[in-house]
Design a protein around this ligand. Structure first.
Ligand SMILES: [Zn+2]
Length: 341
């Protein structure tokens, strides 16, 4: 398969990058005037509940149930699904069935299935399992990297260089991903210049997309806009994804601020599940339903059937005997209040 074919393969699963860039610069101008009233006409959502959501639960979800949920997500209009991670099963036993999951996928051409990898070994596993899209992820924080991936920051940077090179050899679509971009519980603020340097490095190596993760939920609308603006400028024609956690309650505000400067790609998790097992106090991603509902009310298309996603979240709440942190999956089902869509 050629690189051109890959571009075609993911083309309908992203918002036209030219639009992102053009529109981002327009907003840059509008922003100077102090009023921002423009938003993207549509946003692309990558569902991360099966990876980010499930990795933090004590109880594992059976493989068959995960595959059933993947089918339900596709049926609900989700076009990009992170189905698993290829990590050490001793550290993250919930993801031990990564290969089995990939074997069981219904390979629809209109759905992009991705897997998270933290090193070359994981990337090789993903390629051998038949995945065509990987999120190669390292932390922007030295201390978090040491705890989460057992590598110093320089080692992690070397690691992602190797991951990208190996991914290219396997002709995979590669999303370069940085964790803890907006803050780290161990180190506090992360130097944005280090982040920009790392983005540049990955773009030079030929990644197809970039993802900036607020793994700790420490971002605020201002830092989101400052870093997103520069990331969009650096990425030129490549999509920039934001992966937002709602730990400090700023998740949707951050998503809104990001849209105002031209970000149109987001990771979310059904019910607002999620969290890194190696970050103290980490809590859920922004909820797929909450994000899609807010976008819908604002006239921004997501293509997502919120009721169907909400049904998945409610069934998982039952399975895990807990309430997830999202709102709409419980609100949307209520008969006693009026919901205006
Ligand atoms: Zn996350």
């Amino acid at each position: 398969m050629t690189a051109v074919t890959f571009a075609y393969t993911i083309d309908h699963l992203i918002v036209t990058p030219i639009f992102q860039q053009h529109w981002g610069s327009l907003i840059g101008q509008a922003y100077k005037g102090g009023v921002v009233n423009s938003y993207p006409p549509k946003v692309v959502i990558e569902e991360q509940g099966l990876r980010d959501g499930l990795q933090n639960q004590k109880r594992s979800l059976p493989t068959a149930k995960k595959l059933e949920i993947i089918g339900m997500l596709a049926d609900a209009g989700i076009k990009r699904i992170q189905v698993t991670s290829f990590v050490d099963p001793k550290r993250v036993p919930q993801m031990a069935d990564a290969e089995e999951i990939c074997k069981g996928l219904d390979r629809r051409r209109d759905i992009l299935y991705s897997g998270l990898v933290l090193n070359t070994k994981g990337l090789e596993r993903a390629a051998n399992a038949g995945l065509r899209h990987v999120a190669a992820s390292i932390s922007a924080s030295d201390t978090h990297s040491r705890k989460n991936a057992n590598a110093s920051l320089p080692q992690a940077r070397q690691r992602i260089v190797e991951m990208i090179k190996t991914g290219k050899k396997h002709r995979l679509v590669i999303r370069g991903e940085l964790q803890c971009v907006f803050g780290c519980r161990f180190e506090g603020r992360i130097d944005p210049n280090v982040v920009f340097d790392m983005i540049k490095e990955q773009l030079d190596l030929g990644i197809d997309e970039i993802a900036l993760a607020d793994s700790t939920g420490m971002a605020n609308p201002k830092s989101i806009q400052e870093i997103s603006n520069k990331a969009i400028e650096l990425s030129e024609d490549k999509p920039v994804f934001l992966h937002l956690h709602n730990t400090e309650g700023k998740g949707l505000a951050n998503a809104l601020a990001a849209m105002q400067v031209g970000i149109a790609h987001f990771d979310t998790a059904f019910g607002g599940m999620g969290g890194c097992p190696f970050i103290k106090g980490a809590s859920g991603n922004i909820s797929t339903e909450d994000m899609a509902f807010m976008a819908g009310q604002m006239g921004i298309k997501t293509g997502i059937d919120i009721d169907k996603i909400a049904a998945i979240s409610r069934s998982l709440e039952k399975y895990f005997s807990k309430q997830f942190s999202g709102k709409m999956h419980r609100v949307i089902d209520r008969k006693d209040i009026q919901i205006v869509r």
